[in-house]
Design a protein around this ligand. Structure first.
Ligand SMILES: [Fe+2]
Ligand SMILES: [Fe+2]
Length: 267
């Protein structure tokens, strides 16, 4: 078991595809992860399942990899009480979660917006460009920049989980470029395709950060690091107060125009 704990998960799944199903049963989406050089022991650390679920998941994996053997499942040492679970406690990370909530309010209204989008009209082009402006100025410059320039710098940039998030940010930027080009060409089909692609990407990206990355980071950060993040985030936000005001205005406009999203989609 020790050998597979120190092995790369993608290689293990390639040899034993059912291991991917076993991980998925416990909410660990290694099969769909784009990078996947994580070691099984790192996955346990990052996903931080309850001790019972961790034992159940490892037992399932052991049964798949060693079907005819009795395998001893290693017990990991438990974390201090306040550092367990998927909770996020530190104010700087809670601030980023609140920004996710703002972004999700826009994402939740994209499907309705796309049903009526027509780039042959001035109104349609303005709406598409206003959405691009929100994505670039708030989701990217206001929010992703704090992650990339401040938060992620507290951790090893070679970690797969960080690489996956950075890849998502780049894929999002490519969608935004494609949407802008589509607006210039008045190509409604391409704009709809890339707005849909962006919405799907960011919903999943935010879910990974809220449920996996941030809780893991929250457990790793020292009190000193949390204090430093708090002041660095405040310094990064200060010159962008107008961006935030404009973004809040855009969200209110979308909500007025396209109504309330389905429960659970907006925040
Ligand atoms: Fe991110
Ligand atoms: Fe984020």
């Amino acid at each position: 078991m020790d050998k597979i704990m120190r092995g790369r998960i993608k290689e293990l799944i390639a040899r034993h595809p059912k291991v991917g199903d076993a991980l998925a049963e416990f909410g660990v989406a290694c099969v769909t992860c784009a990078v996947g050089t994580c070691l099984l022991k790192d996955i346990l650390e990052i996903h931080h399942l309850s001790p019972e679920d961790e034992q159940r998941m490892l037992t399932r994996i052991a049964e798949i990899v060693y079907p005819n053997r009795q395998v001893v499942i290693p017990l990991r040492k438990s974390q201090p009480e306040q550092k367990t679970g998927k909770l996020i406690n530190s104010p700087p990370l809670l601030k980023l979660v609140a920004e996710h909530a703002m972004i999700k309010r826009v994402l939740a209204r994209i499907p309705d917006m796309l049903r009526k989008l027509d780039l042959d009209t001035v109104e349609g082009r303005q709406l598409a460009l206003a959405s691009v402006d929100f994505i670039r100025s708030f989701a990217d410059k206001y929010h992703h920049a704090k992650e990339e320039d401040i938060l992620f710098k507290c951790f090893d940039g070679n970690l797969d989980i960080i690489k996956v998030m950075l890849d998502d940010h780049e894929t999002g930027r490519a969608h935004v470029r494609a949407i802008r080009e589509a607006v210039e060409r008045r190509d409604t089909v391409a704009a709809v395709k890339h707005l849909k692609g962006y919405q799907k990407l960011l919903m999943e990206h935010i879910r990974k950060e809220d449920e996996v990355l941030y809780p893991w980071m929250d457990r790793q950060l020292s009190v000193t690091q949390i204090g430093r993040l708090f002041s660095e985030f405040a310094a990064a936000d200060a010159p962008l107060a107008e961006t935030r005001r404009r973004s809040e205005e855009f969200i209110s406009m979308l909500e007025q125009r396209f109504g309330d999203a389905e429960p659970g989609q907006s925040r």
